[in-house]
Design a protein around this ligand. Structure first.
Ligand code: FPP
Length: 253
């Protein structure tokens, strides 16, 4: 057991040195974790097995990202459109945050990671919401990486809610008609978080699926054919290394 831990530490230290010497580590990485269902199907397993394996990968990626000095890791765990899935699958997905946190919260605390949630909480079953809010509460003083769960999240409805709230504030004379990008951003669910520098989507799909449409305006995209349950530390390093080779001009020259 001790040898395994030592090997992992040596391996992860050399990985850290490799990527941090190549260029800046992205401050905010957002991930669309896709391909759990296909991973399970290939193995003649129920889709839930793919989601379960996917959850384990979130743990690995969280640890490595935090180790590398990533500031924010946002993971798309459930979209507002995912309610259309069969009831059994939705129920399973709604149990996963509890399982993830019941087994991983002590480690998150030890790693000084702060848990946050971004999405419409009103529709979440109370057992899901309670588990996530407990983790948010217990980690709110942590100063390390932010692990931001997009849970029942949809970008279009986020933008519409932001506009509605702005209209109320305008009516109450709390804001005037000059709306800057900075002001608008404060009405979004990601308020206070830097926009993602790097977006990763797995499983070969090349679309945004209603994810952070405003926030991804200048983000670098990295797509991979690998199915999320097969995503490894090496893939995260590959994505970061590719990001470090991009010339980000933000519309300039
Ligand atoms: C997309 O794959 C994945 C999801 C809708 C769920 C993502 C959830 C996890 C990775 C589990 C992590 C959860 C926690 C709480 C840490 P898909 O089911 O659409 O795959 P398919 O396109 O191959 O069918």
């Amino acid at each position: 057991m001790l040898k395994i831990v030592k090997d992992w530490m040596n391996k992860s230290n050399s990985i850290n040195k490799d990527v941090s010497s190549e260029g800046p580590i992205p401050e905010h990485i957002a991930i669309i974790m896709d391909g759990n269902g296909r991973w399970a199907k290939k193995r003649a397993l129920p889709r839930s097995a793919g989601h379960h394996e996917g959850m384990k990968v979130v743990k690995k990626v969280t640890k490595l990202a935090s180790n590398l000095g990533v500031g924010i890791l946002t993971v798309y765990a459930f979209s507002t459109e995912n309610w259309k899935r069969p009831k059994d699958e939705v129920n399973y997905l709604m149990r996963l945050p509890e399982e993830f946190l019941s087994t991983f919260l002590p480690e998150l605390i030890e790693e000084n990671i702060q848990v946050r949630i971004m999405g419409d909480k009103t529709q979440l079953p109370s057992h899901t919401l309670n588990a996530v809010e407990k983790a948010v509460e217990e980690t709110k003083g942590n100063t390390g990486m932010i692990l931001n769960f997009a849970l029942n999240y949809g970008s279009r409805s986020e933008i519409l809610s932001a506009i509605e709230e702005m209209m109320i504030d305008y009516k109450n004379n709390e804001i005037d008609s000059n709306v800057s990008e900075e002001l608008f951003s404060t009405y979004l669910m990601s308020s206070g978080l830097k926009d993602p520098d790097l977006l990763i989507r797995t499983s070969g799909e090349m679309r945004l699926s209603n994810f952070m449409l405003w926030q991804l305006a200048y983000t670098e995209f990295w797509f991979s054919d690998v199915l999320w349950p097969d995503f490894s530390e090496a893939h995260l390093i590959e994505a970061i290394t590719a990001y470090q080779k991009r010339g980000r001009r933000f519309g300039g020259i």
